[in-house]
Write a protein that binds this ligand. Structure first.
Ligand SMILES: NC(=O)c1ccc[n+]([C@@H]2O[C@H](COP(=O)([O-])OP(=O)(O)OC[C@H]3O[C@@H](n4cnc5c(N)ncnc54)[C@H](O)[C@@H]3O)[C@@H](O)[C@H]2O)c1
Ligand SMILES: [Zn+2]
Length: 358
């Protein structure tokens, strides 16, 4: 088993990674101090894993609460439904909420746990690749508001993250490959081990080899947790994790969130960031080609269709909540890592965007 400590002082916690972990009761036990456990999941994931996971909690009263599958259910209605359930069943703050699912369940469950009685115990059991390498680590929790994604939330660290790599077997192909956009991001941020794993193990990765995946997840969580440990509330360097995301969020928004999965939009956005870095002379052509090649091999798109107009992209990017000044705050790749820049040359931005529209 791979074990990783996220160092955040009093809020430190461990991440455990291995095939078959949802059956290991002894791993969960130290994080369940109260009498009750609520497993939050959705209607797709629960039939696959919830009974097995429920059996891991011996001597506890285990409750299950399911929401419908979909980003649109990461909302205030679901949030209040879970809170009602906790209230009606007499949950206390030392009882544990276990979020079994992808990023939607993790974000919703995390925000419920953050706010129920000002904070109850929380275990993240991420089941999608995106959740295993990204959303379950770092303590950002949220639900969506009709006027904006992730607009209502809190920073709240879990007590543990338990990653069972076997759950990836049932993940649809498109969701699986989409998660690799974040993995590639960690490579570009300077994680040589991931870069090497991606370059040398493509066939194994496509076959969802658990050994290779455990390594990839381990190094991804390690990179994310190091960045988070240095800047938990995103006052500075945590913004590096937004590589490809300012472009990507704009693509998601302009295509009404129904054309691309998050990772697919981030893949196109990352190529736009590579373009801009290349135009500005920050990154070498070999690095640009290397990563573009990896995106293609991981079945991720490089191009968006030309229904997207660069000027609209720029407007959408301006509204990104990560922008603090009048300029565009962007993360750009260099040969070995990435830097944060502020860009106000609209011509260069348009050029970088246009190259990925066809
Ligand atoms: N908190 C953070 O730091 C952070 C970071 C990135 C993304 N997010 C959030 O995460 C969400 C996206 O996460 P996601 O991509 O996991 O989406 P998701 O939770 O919707 O899961 C994707 C799909 O895969 C299914 N699924 C998940 N695990 C499965 C499994 N093992 N077997 C079969 N099907 C499975 C889900 O039911 C869903 O249909 C967004 O809401 C995003 O805002 C949060
Ligand atoms: Zn992302």
């Amino acid at each position: 088993m791979r074990k990783l400590a996220v160092e955040l002082g009093e809020r430190s916690y461990n991440i455990y990674i291995k095939a078959g972990l949802i059956d290991s009761g002894e791993l969960f036990e130290p994080y369940c101090k109260g009498d009750n456990v609520l497993i939050l999941s959705n209607e797709t994931i629960a039939p696959l894993y919830i009974e097995r996971l429920s059996r891991a909690f011996t001597n506890k009263k285990v409750y299950q609460f399911l929401i419908k599958d979909g980003e649109q259910y990461k909302n205030l209605d679901s949030y209040s439904a879970v809170l009602n359930f906790l209230m009606e069943n007499g949950f206390r703050r030392n009882d544990t909420l276990v979020a079994l699912g992808g990023g939607v369940i993790g974000d919703l469950g995390g925000f419920v746990a953050a706010s129920y009685q000002r904070g109850m115990s929380l275990i993240q059991v991420p089941t999608s690749l995106l959740a295993q390498v990204d959303s379950s680590v770092g303590g950002k929790t949220a639900v969506n508001h009709p006027l904006g994604k992730n607009m209502i939330g809190a920073f709240y660290q879990p007590d543990a993250v338990i990653i069972d790599t076997d759950t990836l077997d049932t993940l649809p192909d498109r969701e699986y490959f989409s998660g690799f956009a974040e993995v590639i991001k960690y490579a570009m941020l300077g994680t040589e081990a991931i870069k090497a794993l991606l370059q040398n193990n493509l066939p194994e990765i496509k076959l969802r080899d658990k050994g290779i995946l455990a390594e990839i997840i381990y190094y991804s969580c390690r990179k994310k947790s190091l960045v988070v440990a240095s800047d938990e509330k995103e006052k500075g360097s945590r913004a590096l994790l937004n590589l490809g995301h300012t472009f990507g969020h704009a693509i998601e928004k302009l295509t009404n969130y129904n054309q691309y999965l998050h990772g697919e939009a981030v893949a196109i956005g990352t190529v736009m960031a590579l373009n801009l870095a290349f135009i500005k002379g920050i990154v070498n052509k070999e690095i640009v080609d290397l990563y573009r090649n990896i995106f293609v091999k991981m079945e991720l798109p490089e191009y968006s269709d030309d229904s997207i107009i660069p000027a609209q992209m720029l407007t959408a990017m301006k509204l990104d909540k990560k922008n603090t000044s009048d300029k565009y705050r962007l993360v750009l790749p260099r040969d070995q890592d990435c830097i944060l820049i502020e860009e106000d040359n609209l011509e260069l931005l348009e050029q970088a965007i246009s190259q990925q529209l066809k």
